[in-house]
Design a protein. Structure first.
Length: 376
């Protein structure tokens, strides 16, 4: 009876917003297991400075946002309090009304979301992935608990990350399931988003084959254009000459990447993104490197963001002494495709002559040890 009443209430909320709906998207949610006043955040995955906030009242919350010309990925997070991980789920939203019906225990992989054809594809994938994703999370908790014992680090790493390790096995199952989803749903934003994430796990010929089968709408989408850029790009690998790009620095001055090349200094090019905790953690380390190697190396950071206001906000809140650049391309732009950036932060060491010497993906507290020996 209670579930029936919840569904009636949720339907009534959706009907209410349908009657007065303006251009843009609307999310109506009925969630149980949370206290009144619990904070909820909705953030664009691509433009992470586009954020909306509300609170749960009487098991409900709503969001309204601007119209999107194509489906865009958002992350919904529900705050569980200080020092506790937030509950979350991903949404693909266009100009439509989405309804969420879930209990706290349903997050993140079993949330009932309706109202979007794009989201229906995601829901079908989540139903398949749910068990493996939950297994991965449990394995992750095990790994971090055990790895606190420094003496066991090497053996634990092999047990979890080795060829037949626990992480490796569940990761391979997840990759296989997602790749199958991509092959069957290549005209959806969700599938193309996953294709960009897993692009290095596909043969280049298969990516081109998938692209050729996509309809015109998918090809002209933000994701489709990024995939085409990836297919056409000459990948930047160690030994390659740097790809020249144009960007503005934090002072509003326009630069070409080639402008930073000179006969005396190396360049440490970092790719970062807003909302990336590891990128923020890297800032003090990059400040140290910039000061310690002032005569031999210049630190340059490119922020993968597509919003001017977001860029201005970052510069106001994060003061840094080294050069920070922005070129409005986002995480799936031409520059990130050319440098084959799969995650942030990514660090690329460039010689004074403009050749790639080393590429390091992800935060690395031993970054200095990796790059200092290469500075001559």
């Amino acid at each position: 009876m209670r579930k029936f009443l919840f569904r009636v209430l949720l339907f009534s909320l959706a009907l209410l917003f349908t009657g007065c709906k303006k251009e843009g998207f609307t999310i109506t949610a009925l969630v149980t297991g949370y206290k009144d006043g619990t904070r909820v955040k909705l953030a664009s995955f691509e433009n992470q400075t586009e954020e909306y906030y509300t609170t749960i009242q009487n098991n409900t919350f709503t969001f309204q946002g601007p119209a999107n010309s194509e489906a865009e990925k958002y992350i919904l997070t529900i705050n569980n309090g200080k020092n506790l991980p937030a509950d979350y789920c991903s949404l693909f939203i266009k100009d439509e009304i989405l309804t969420i019906n879930a209990d706290k225990k349903d997050f993140p992989y079993h949330v009932n979301i309706s109202g979007s054809k794009e989201q229906e594809a995601v829901n079908s994938l989540n139903r398949i992935l749910g068990k493996d994703m939950e297994d991965r999370d449990k394995i992750s908790d095990e790994y971090f608990a055990l790895s606190k014992d420094i003496r066991a680090t090497d053996s634990i790493k092999e047990l979890y990350d080795g060829k037949n390790g626990k992480f490796t096995k569940v990761g391979n199952r997840l990759d296989a399931t997602i790749k199958d989803f991509i092959r069957k749903n290549y005209n959806t934003a969700a599938a193309l988003d996953y294709l960009l994430i897993l692009r290095d796990k596909f043969d280049s010929d298969e990516i081109e084959s998938i692209y050729n089968k996509m309809d015109a709408k998918a090809k002209n989408s933000r994701y489709g254009k990024a995939i085409k850029e990836y297919i056409d790009a000459k990948k930047i690998n160690p030994g390659s000459i740097v790809y020249n790009f144009q960007a503005k620095d934090q002072h509003g001055k326009t630069h070409q990447m080639h402008n930073y090349l000179n006969k005396d200094k190396y360049i440490l090019l970092e790719f970062s993104s807003p909302g990336c905790g590891w990128c923020k953690k890297a800032i003090p380390m990059l400040e140290e490197i910039s000061k310690e190697q002032e005569k031999r190396l210049e630190v340059v950071s490119l922020t993968t963001i597509i919003n001017n206001k977001g860029w201005e906000k970052i510069n106001k809140t994060e003061k840094i002494s080294y050069t920070r650049l922005y070129n409005n391309e986002g995480r799936y732009g031409r520059t990130t495709m050319r440098y084959a950036v799969n995650a942030t932060p990514t660090f690329i060491l460039i010689s004074p002559e403009g050749r790639i010497l080393k590429k390091i993906e992800g935060y690395d507290e031993k970054l200095k040890d990796s790059i200092y020996p290469l500075l001559k």
